[in-house]
Design a protein around this ligand. Structure first.
Ligand SMILES: [Fe+2]
Ligand SMILES: [Fe+2]
Length: 150
């Protein structure tokens, strides 16, 4: 038996993934300049992965007799991922991505813990799978940031 905490966290994670897709897409379009190219490419690849996370979360909600949220339920909160005024300000986007990935890591850790408490190993396994992707994204963008900090 799963719990309310599990389904609420699945819904929150679903909304966060959709917001991440929107902001990564917008930033990948807005950014320009020589040093932006690598970051843009990486964002484009991550968009597909974040979208697949949303799909997996939505399917899991359905299996639990719940529905993923739609736009009327949605509350945006990724302030640091709003596209920079200066379209060559790559560092601002890198910092925004790191915030989003940290936030996702925290959410999936909560999901894993709630699923374990609820004795729901399928959701727990899903949480672990997605968590490992988010940690990989963080590592990639930490590498980008290191270059800018030089
Ligand atoms: Fe994700
Ligand atoms: Fe991610």
């Amino acid at each position: 038996m799963t719990t309310d905490e599990v389904t609420q966290t699945l819904k929150k994670a679903y909304g966060d993934e959709i917001e991440t897709v929107m902001n990564y897409l917008t930033n990948s379009i807005v950014l320009e300049g020589v040093s932006a190219e690598e970051v843009k490419e990486s964002l484009e690849a991550d968009i597909q992965e974040e979208l697949s996370h949303a799909e997996m979360l939505g399917q899991r909600l359905k299996q639990l007799d719940e529905r993923p949220p739609a736009s009327y339920d949605f509350e945006a909160h990724q302030e640091s991922l709003q596209p920079p005024e200066d379209s060559t300000d790559v560092l601002s986007v890198i910092d925004g991505v790191l915030d989003a990935e940290e936030d996702a890591i925290e959410t999936y850790r909560s999901l894993i813990n709630a699923a374990r408490d609820a004795d729901d190993p399928v959701t727990e396994d899903l949480g672990v799978t997605i968590l490992s992707d988010e940690e990989a994204h963080r590592t990639e963008f930490r590498g980008f940031k290191r270059e800018y900090d030089k």
